[in-house]
Design a protein around this ligand. Structure first.
Ligand code: AP5
Ligand code: MG
Length: 213
C-alpha cells in the first residue's frame, strides 16, 4: 500500500502518517524529518536544506527528489510506505509518478488532511517535536507523558525552528501556491480522499482507516 499525505503545514500529516505506519506496518517517510535529522547531524545536505527551511521555503526539487527516490528504493519499502511531506510540488509528483510507472506501480491513496489556516498557527506554537525519532506532540492537545521528553524514544523534545509565527505564515503561503495544486493532480488520478483534520486525532485516524480498510 502506497500512501501520500497531503495537507497544510501543521495539518497533522506527520501525526496521522505515524499512526498509519504503526497499524499497517509500513515505513513512515517524511522528507521534513530526513532534512531535520541532517541539520541536527550537521551534514552537507543538512546545511543546504537549512537555508530554505528556516525561511519557510521549499528545498529545491532536484535535491528533494533524489533523497526520496533513494529512500523508497530500500528493502523496507517493498510492501509500501506512507509519504509525509512529499510530493510538495507538481514536478515532485510527476517524478514520483514516473518512477512508479517504470516499475508498474502507482500511488494507491492520497489523503488530504484538511485544516483551515486559522487553526494552523495555534497548533504550531504548541507543537513539540523529537528530532531523534520524528514523533510529534502538542503541549495542550497531545502532551507527552513527561514534559519535554519523547514518549517513544526518551530523547529531548524541542520547538522546531520553523514554527515561529512569521515563518509559519510563509509556509502557509508556499503551501497554497506550490502544494495545493497536488489536490487536483491526485483527484485526476482518482486516488484523492479528504478527511476533516480539525477533529480529535483519533477521529481523524478513524476516518482514514475507513478509507484504507
Ligand atoms: P515538514 O516537516 O514536512 O513540515 P510541514 O509540511 O510544514 O508540516 P509539519 O510537519 O509542520 O506539520 P504536520 O502536518 O506533519 O503536522 P503534525 O502532525 O506535526 O517540512 C519542513 C520543511 O522541510 C519545509 O518547510 C521545507 O522547507 C522542507 N521540505 C520538506 N519536504 C519537502 C519537499 N518535499 N520539498 C521541498 N521542501 C521540503 O501536527 C502539528 C501539531 O498539531 C502537532 O503539535 C500535533 O501534535 C498537533 N495535532 C495533530 N493532529 C491534531 C488534531 N487532530 N487535533 C489537535 N492537534 C493536533
Ligand atoms: Mg510533519
Amino acid at each position: 500500500m502506497k500512501i501520500v499525505m497531503l495537507g497544510a503545514p501543521g495539518a497533522g500529516k506527520g501525526t496521522q502518517a505515524q499512526m498509519i505506519a504503526d497499524q499497517y506496518k509500513i515505513p513512515h517517510i517524511s522528507t521534513g524529518d530526513i532534512f531535520r535529522e541532517n541539520v541536527k547531524n550537521g551534514t552537507a545536505l543538512g546545511m543546504e536544506a537549512k537555508k530554505y527551511m528556516d525561511q519557510g521555503a521549499l528545498v529545491p526539487d532536484e535535491l528533494t527528489v533524489r533523497i526520496l527516490l533513494d529512500r523508497v528504493a530500500r528493502d523496507d519499502c517493498k510492501n509500501g510506505y506512507v509519504l509525509d511531506g512529499f510530493p510538495r510540488t507538481i514536478p515532485q509528483a510527476e517524478v514520483l509518478d514516473k518512477a512508479l510507472r517504470e516499475i508498474g506501480d502507482k500511488i494507491d491513496y492520497a489523503i488530504n488532511v484538511d485544516v483551515p489556516d486559522e487553526n494552523i498557527i495555534r497548533r504550531m506554537s504548541g507543537r513539540r517535536a523529537c528530532l531523534t525519532c520524528g514523533a510529534t506532540f502538542h503541549i495542550e492537545h497531545i502532551p507527552p507523558k513527561q514534559e519535554g521528553i519523547c514518549d517513544k524514544c526518551g530523547k529531548e523534545l524541542v520547538q522546531r525552528e520553523d514554527d515561529k509565527a512569521e515563518t509559519v505564515k510563509n509556509r502557509l503561503e508556499v503551501y497554497h501556491k506550490q502544494t495545493q495544486p497536488l489536490i487536483d493532480f491526485y483527484t485526476g488520478q482518482n486516488v484523492l480522499q479528504t478527511v476533516d483534520g480539525t477533529v480529535d486525532m483519533k477521529d481523524v485516524f478513524a476516518a482514514i482507516n475507513e478509507i484504507l480498510a
